[in-house]
Design a protein around this ligand. Structure first.
Ligand code: ZN
Length: 233
């Protein structure tokens, strides 16, 4: 039996999988909702490709999505009227694996969008990478969205770190969930819920680390021992 717990120390949210830093992304889902977007990346005659605030606008269209509105360049403040068309998105079935489970869901794509194995995408609150693509009845490395029948992906915003914890007369396997870039350090105490354990050494694919830090996604297994709780603070 493996204990699966989120490490308490990791209060900082995973950087992967958040949408922070790209509030004006047009490439995914900005015009896909049938409400007018609040911002769009458009070409300004003076500044080039820039985020534009939508002052007024509406979304319409049957075979394609048409945005008509008034926008303002966030750099120079130029106000202009635009009509922008996007093909209607399609929903592709996607099987996302995470730990021992696979979940079937769907993800929106523009029909002419290219999808490649290894590509990273947002899926709800998580970050995924495409691991396999089926198009026209066979596995391919890449295809246009409208040719794809099924996608497979795995979640990459969290990894599980194996942690063998010595409890005196026995060693018990634990697993800790962490962001891929989160670091574990030899000498650190990791909260495993009911117990806390001191990291003694960390094995990676290439070496055994007896001092220092290792990124979670480079860890093959950590070794440690249970820490007796103090009764007073
Ligand atoms: Zn401008």
């Amino acid at each position: 039996m493996v204990n699966m717990l989120t490490k308490v120390r990791s209060a900082r949210p995973s950087r992967a999988g958040t949408r922070e830093g790209k509030p004006f992304s047009l490439s995914r889902h900005s015009m896909r909702r049938m409400a007018a977007p609040s911002a769009l990346v458009l070409k300004c005659e003076t500044c080039g490709e820039m985020p534009h605030r939508v002052l007024r606008g509406k979304i319409a269209g049957k075979d394609e999505i048409v945005f008509e509105g008034t926008v303002k360049c966030t750099k120079c403040g130029r106000v202009s009227s635009v009509v922008r068309r996007e093909p209607k998105p399609i929903q592709l079935p996607i099987i996302v694996s995470w730990l021992e489970r696979s979940e079937r869901t769907s993800l929106e794509f523009s029909p002419d969008e290219d999808i490649d194995v290894g590509q990273e995408l947002d899926l709800a609150d998580t970050r995924i990478t495409i691991t396999a693509i089926e198009a026209a009845g066979r596995r391919v490395d890449g295809a246009r969205a409208n040719e794809v029948s099924t996608l497979w992906a795995k979640r990459i915003d969290q990894v599980r770190v194996k942690f063998s914890v010595n409890k005196g007369n026995r060693t018990v396997p634990h697993e800790v969930l962490a962001a891929p870039d989160e670091e574990f350090e030899v000498g650190e105490i990791v909260d495993l819920g009911k117990i806390r354990a001191l990291v003694h050494h960390i094995r990676t694919r290439y070496r055994t680390v007896r001092a220092g830090r290792v990124r979670a996604d480079e860890i093959v297994r950590m070794y440690g021992r249970v820490v007796r709780e103090r009764t007073s603070r």
